[in-house]
Design a protein around this ligand. Structure first.
Ligand code: GDP
Length: 296
């Protein structure tokens, strides 16, 4: 993600040497550099504008203390704002409800929902020892149901068979009833996605949400889709009360802009990063680490 912003800022912040205060004039070049870096990383324009303005306000009139030189101070201000943009700390998965706790995954086709359902099941199994039931409400792609069945076997999760003749909302509701009967702890509902946002898909997932009342409603999004990721996030956010975001395919994403934009657009924290195709390739999202990586 990003070429080191610190390195990029080196020349401009060097010119700040000897200044007693940061002001509009002496930080202009450095802010321009930050702005360019964010735009090149595919961060959404309104987010970039807001970010630059916040850093500017943080900086203006700041007296240069003894511990940091002016350049370091500016880099620190950028760092702190990057963290608050992404959410201050890691937002953990919420499993603190009466079992069965329901996790609903939403997102476009190909975003990585099915893979992520299995990754989450594995993570929950490994970290909490809770039992997990996986179910697919994707009745449009029989291959998706089969894919989830195979993955469930790999990660030691239970699998609830579903059939393309059933209604998605019934599949989800039945899975929860089954989990209750069998005293299972967690149900992960994988849903259908389309290639583009459409009204039917949104109506369907809202109906599933209403029927199973998930504790976590996680929006799964392919980080490589850049600006589109932000638009998709906005549409899902308007349709559903999202509790978190999982950013997938970050292993193939050199720019990383989606991580910065999505929190701002949805208000929901990024909870995990998908970092590969294997079921173990899911990492907790730590804003602090990502900010440090961006700054280099
Ligand atoms: P769905 O249509 O949303 O259920 O998407 P899938 O789970 O079928 O994933 C679509 C493709 O993306 C598959 O080939 C997955 O292996 C791949 N994929 C999912 N997550 C990741 C990830 O974090 N990194 C990489 N490299 N590939 C991923």
């Amino acid at each position: 993600m990003f070429n080191s912003l610190t390195e990029r800022l080196e020349a401009t912040v060097r010119r700040l040497r000897g200044q007693a205060f940061l002001n509009d004039e002496n930080i202009a070049d450095a802010l321009r550099e930050v702005r360019m870096a964010l735009l090149e990383a595919d961060v959404a324009l309104p987010v970039v504008r807001g970010f630059i303005e916040q850093v500017r306000q943080d900086a203006i009139g700041r007296e240069i203390g003894k511990s940091l030189n002016p350049g370091q101070l500016l880099v620190k201000l950028v760092h702190d704002r990057l963290i608050s943009l992404m959410g201050s700390e890691n937002a953990a998965l919420n499993l603190a409800g009466a079992p069965p706790v329901v996790i609903l995954l939403a997102g476009l086709q190909g975003s990585g929902k099915t893979t992520t359902s299995a990754k989450l099941a594995r993570l929950i199994r490994e970290q909490t020892k809770k039992s997990v039931l996986l179910v697919s409400a994707d009745v449009y792609r029989p291959a998706a149901i089969e894919q989830l069945r195979v993955l469930a076997g790999q990660v030691g999760a239970q699998f609830q068979p579903s059939d393309i003749s059933q209604k998605p909302v019934d599949i989800a509701a039945e899975a929860v009833a089954e989990a209750r009967r069998r005293a299972l702890d967690v149900v992960i509902v994988d849903t259908a996605g389309r290639l583009h946002i459409d009204a039917d898909m949104m109506a369907e997932i809202r109906a599933i949400h209403a029927a199973v009342k998930p504790l976590e409603t996680l929006f799964v999004v392919d980080s490589m889709t850049g600006q589109d990721a932000v638009n998709t996030a906005k549409a899902f956010h308007e349709a559903l009360p999202l509790t978190g975001v999982i950013l997938t395919k970050t292993d193939g994403d050199a720019r990383g802009g989606a991580a910065l934009s999505i929190r701002e657009v949805t208000g929901a924290p990024i909870k995990f990063l998908g970092v590969g195709e294997k079921t173990g390739a899911l990492e907790a999202f730590h804003p602090e680490r990502v900010a440090s990586r961006i700054l280099g």
